[in-house]
Design a protein around this ligand. Structure first.
Ligand code: PAF
Length: 280
């Protein structure tokens, strides 16, 4: 596995691979890898000739009171996991490579990024869109794989790539869950045993909404009321939002539209912020 730290070297590798007509599959990450990330690598392997993973904890997507400096950085373990998963090249740039002194250009998506995560983390998607646009120009992938857990991130980035005419194909991998249903996340490692126990209510509430839809309930107010009620049963859980939205635009939906509807939750479990979603 090749380890690359500079933009110049990564672009040179991408040019070389493209000249040989090798298809580049790319998995952008912030490290702290888990089975969810490895499922993205597996998909990239299946769809491309060469797999590049980036590990970059992107400072611009963290708000001032968020966990940038404490974000987990278990680099050696991440490298072992990537090597075992058959990753060909790993891009590990220092912050100054991606944001050199004087850099003052940002990418702002102005619609899909506004509600839900955008409302509670106002500068988050500006940071995500900016770093991903940069990474696309550096890694020059044919295919990029993202996880459905960050559904709004996927929708924002698809919109950005379409708007900027970026020639990259998106592949979206299903959410990987722990045996009890909790969606896998790098932030789950912050949970204590009791918080971990309470956090399972998030996926249980989403499953309950799916059951209600299967039973004929299609109204957002009734689905959201039931989900909110279930979440409120756990002392450590505080709802940030429960919303039923169009999965591409993230505009609110009043009734379930089959194939287009997402039910999304963000909640604090004490001081750990978790998100999850299901299609309805
Ligand atoms: O999903 C993530 O890990 C990050 O938001 C991403 C896409 C790697 C950009 O920093």
């Amino acid at each position: 596995m090749q380890k690359i730290e500079t933009v110049r070297e990564m672009q040179a590798l991408a040019d070389k691979l493209r000249a040989k007509e090798q298809r580049i599959g790319f998995v952008p990450t912030m490290g702290a890898l888990h089975a969810g990330h490895l499922s993205l690598v597996k998909l990239a392997r299946a769809k491309a000739d060469v797999v590049v993973v980036s590990i970059f904890v992107n400072p611009t997507q963290f708000g001032p009171s968020e966990d940038y400096s404490n974000y987990p950085r278990p680099l050696e373990h991440d490298l072992e996991l990537c090597a075992e998963a058959g990753v060909d090249a790993i891009f590990l740039p220092p912050v100054a490579e991606i944001y050199p002194k004087g850099c003052s250009t940002f990418v702002i998506e102005e619609a899909v990024s506004k509600p839900l995560e955008g409302a509670s983390r106002p500068t988050h998607f500006r940071g995500v869109a900016t770093v991903v646009a940069k990474l696309f120009n550096i890694v020059r992938p044919h295919i990029v794989v993202f996880g459905q857990k960050d559904a709004q991130q996927v929708a924002v980035l698809k919109r950005m790539a379409a708007d900027l005419h970026l020639p990259v194909k998106f592949v979206v991998a299903p959410i990987m869950r722990e045996p009890d249903g909790l969606a896998m996340s790098s932030r789950n490692r912050y949970l204590t045993a009791v918080q971990r126990e309470d956090s399972v209510v998030i996926s249980q509430a989403l499953r309950r909404a799916q059951e209600m839809v299967a039973g004929g309930e299609h109204r957002d107010d009734r689905l959201i009321a039931e989900v909110t009620h279930l979440l409120s049963q756990k002392r450590r859980v505080r709802v940030i939002y429960v919303a039923m939205v169009d999965k591409d635009t993230f505009e609110p939906l009043r009734v379930v539209v089959p194939g287009k509807t997402l039910l999304a939750i963000a909640a604090w479990v004490d001081e750990v912020r978790l998100i999850d979603n299901v299609e309805l």
